[in-house]
Design a binder for this molecule. Sequence first.
Ligand SMILES: Nc1nc2c(ncn2[C@@H]2O[C@H](COP(=O)(O)OP(=O)(O)OP(=O)(O)O)[C@@H](O)[C@H]2O)c(=O)[nH]1
Ligand SMILES: [Mg+2]
Length: 352
Amino acid sequence: MKLTETHTTTNVDVRVIGVGGAGCSSLIRLQECGSSSLSMLGIDTGSAAQNLPNDIESITIGNGFGSGGNSETAVEHFSEAELAVEDFVEEADVVIILAGLGRGTGSGLSPRIADIARRSGALTIAAVNMPFEFEGRFRNQSAVQAHSALKNATDAVITMNNDDLSKLNSASSSLNGAFQLADLNIANAVRAITTELESSPERRAAVLQSLGDAGDSVVLAGSSDGLHAGRTAVSEAFDSTSSEFSRVASVVIHVEGGIGLSLGQVAEAVTELRVKVGRRADVHVSSQRLIGMGQELKVTLVLAGIELVRQVEEQPSRLTRVKERQSVVPTVSVFETEAPKRTRGPVLLPTG
Ligand SMILES: Nc1nc2c(ncn2[C@@H]2O[C@H](COP(=O)(O)OP(=O)(O)OP(=O)(O)O)[C@@H](O)[C@H]2O)c(=O)[nH]1
Ligand SMILES: [Mg+2]
């Protein structure tokens, strides 16, 4: 296991496109989470793009009343946005597309947008929500279709299952609360990835390779406080999903905590992660101290190149077997962002 610490930053041109109501709402959350320096564009057939803050570019297509859940209607109007999308992704190194799948706009347009981004030469990643089961069979089927179109059009799809969120959230909490949590998780995942991409060239290459090679990826999140918060937060993240992973090729883990967040807590989170994903996975770690977080510690995990337990019972593909044989010594890379400057004080710091 290799532990490296680096503070180098490189300029990677990352552009983020939110599509449909959910995609636009994830953009706002991403901005609130401190990623305001990213270039962002929102596209919707409804009112979501119009309602974005001024510093996020926006395009409304069609009549501004939404597609009524019909992806074909959304696609019919896509020509109105095509040129603007081409302009927006031009010369980007990485394009990240955010959408909730299952209704019209996000499902219909995100594969089209991914196509344009990939043709421009950018590494193209989609981070999407799959609908709740209770949203019905129709939405779930159309989400699955859109998901497979996205897999063909992108380098990697990071998937968040809304049903997993309901486990994380208490049963009594509102649907809006669950969606806010979905937005937050997607935003954290994007931030974890962009933090990695903007670190040293080697780390950037490692992350691009793991995401680019990955088949399926999934985002998990957990939080905890108190003794062993790092370990408990990672456990909670894995408890939040009903999926069991028989293989995980690589993980991007982003740890956030108050200004007392210690390297020991981060190391504890990574150790627990190793227990969950095994020693063969490559692990990329970033962490951030935020003044408002107090004792709380949050982890966001992007597991890439996953195989679920039920998939493995089938014969593994030749490609998988070859990859297993070629798998190199796993690495752990650790990157710690600078502590924020305190404007007020003194404050009692929790001990590490
Ligand atoms: N993350 C997140 N997901 C949402 C939100 N609202 C809805 N969703 C999920 O995203 C899916 C798509 O919903 P929307 O984004 O509202 O739909 P749309 O893409 O704008 O499509 P139309 O409104 O039919 O044109 C839904 O089935 C929900 O599962 C939200 O605010 N945040
Ligand atoms: Mg909509």
